[in-house]
Design a protein around this ligand. Structure first.
Ligand code: AMP
Length: 395
């Protein structure tokens, strides 16, 4: 894997695809700078080598060139975090951008305007990518969040840098961490898949069945499995058309020697509300009018044993409706078990979809070994897909 450590950036301009798609408030101030912080080590290494950095990113989903999506709103934040006053150019391609890039001196940073102000970016347009390629000597991809998109700046542009392309530290770490979980792992390996629906995770489940020793299926997904096995799930979330698939997964797991762990009890509620009446029920015997919204105490005890017995842990998706306080306990407890296992030496990775939101909300992001920064990109990697942004560098 070629990373920025394989290049000396002295007197070179690095064209870096970063993910600065950060949330802004009504006054266009950055409310969460995690993604900018995450790109810092890559930028700093290049500047310390004696090079300069041209940063390109998208922000939001502009339809035209709406001012609210301008990356000029983040200039001061990026300058503050990197410790260098960032220059800005109001177009990401064309003569103005080229002049700005050409006049960069060692140690300087140029931020380009939003890539998605041009529809050619998401279209993966080759001519547009060629224009971008004129802005740097070495192409660095450090944007994991968009690595699953074959956009001009994430994938196509790499073709213009045949021997001068590499991963930034952030993207390299994402690839290494997932590899450590799925391939170069210490056994026993456990995957915990939660969240709302089987249908959105089916490819992930099928892919991890070849990689893990244990699989915990929790959250809303579990009810499809329980009903398929003849259980009564009341009005719990359930995909009736996926029951056969659920049975097929259980059979495949059995054939592959993977232990599947489903919840045995739940916190059931009489409505989908924070103010609902609740009671603990056997997951196979949820009364009509009640729905399971969190894992129950016996399930958590079982899950604890499995987590603490594992050496490698992958966690995607909450065990319950963690956004509502009465149903957050299962997800919090699971985080605690993973924390304990990690302290005992296990390698734990959390990521994919919205998992990171839950992990951050409860402060587990410092306690697991690695938190992935890319929701959709991580899910696609868990599905076993080769991401175009990664393939373009490895080619
Ligand atoms: P996902 O994006 O697939 O990881 O799903 C995350 C969502 O699943 C969260 O918003 C949770 O509220 C939801 N969820 C977890 N457990 C349940 C459940 N038992 N019933 C309904 N939704 C759930």
């Amino acid at each position: 894997m070629k990373t920025i450590d394989d290049f000396d950036f002295k007197d070179k301009k690095a064209l870096i695809r970063v993910d600065f798609n950060v949330p802004l408030n009504e006054d266009h101030e950055v409310t969460d700078a995690t993604r900018i912080e995450a790109a810092k080590p890559t930028i700093v290494k290049i500047l310390e080598d004696g090079g300069s950095a041209v940063l390109m990113s998208h922000l939001g989903r502009p339809k035209a060139q709406e001012a609210e999506f301008s990356l000029k709103h983040i200039i001061s934040k990026v300058s503050e975090i990197i410790g260098v006053q960032v220059k800005f150019v109001e177009n990401c391609v064309g003569p103005e951008a080229e002049a700005a890039a050409n006049s960069l001196e060692a140690g300087e940073i140029l931020l380009l305007e939003n890539l998605r102000y041009h529809k050619e970016e998401t279209a993966g347009d080759r001519a547009f990518a060629e224009k971008l390629s004129k802005l740097g000597d070495i192409y660095v991809n450090d944007a994991f969040g968009t690595a699953h998109r074959a956009h001009a700046s994430t994938t196509i542009v790499a073709g213009f840098f045949p021997d001068k392309k590499c991963f930034g530290y952030l993207l390299a770490k994402e690839i290494e961490s997932l590899d450590k979980v799925l391939n170069n792992n210490e056994k026993p390996v456990l995957a915990i898949l939660g969240g709302a629906k089987v249908s959105s995770k089916i490819t992930v489940i099928e892919n991890v069945l070849d990689k893990v020793d244990d699989l915990i299926i929790g959250g809303g997904m579990a009810y499809t499995f329980i009903k398929a096995q003849g259980g009564k799930v009341g009005s719990s979330i359930c995909e009736d058309d996926k029951q056969e698939l659920a049975l097929d997964i259980l059979k495949k797991a059995d054939e592959k020697g993977v232990n599947i762990h489903l919840p045995v009890d739940v916190v059931a509620a009489d409505s989908f509300s924070e103010f609902a009446n609740t009671k603990v029920e056997d997951i196979y015997e949820i009364p009509d009018g009640w729905q399971g919204l969190d894992a129950g105490p016996k399930s958590l005890e079982n899950f604890k044993d499995v987590v603490l017995g594992s050496k490698t842990i992958l966690w995607n998706g909450p065990l319950g409706v963690f956004e509502m306080k009465p149903f957050a306990n299962g997800t919090i407890q699971l985080g605690n078990f993973i924390d304990e296992a990690t302290q005992n030496g296990a390698f734990s990775l959390v990521g994919g979809g919205d998992s990171v939101a839950a992990v951050k909300q409860f402060g587990f992001d410092d306690k697991v070994s690695y938190v992935s920064t890319g929701g959709g990109a991580m899910l696609e990697m868990l599905e076993g897909k080769t991401l175009p942004g990664i393939a373009a560098i490895e080619d």
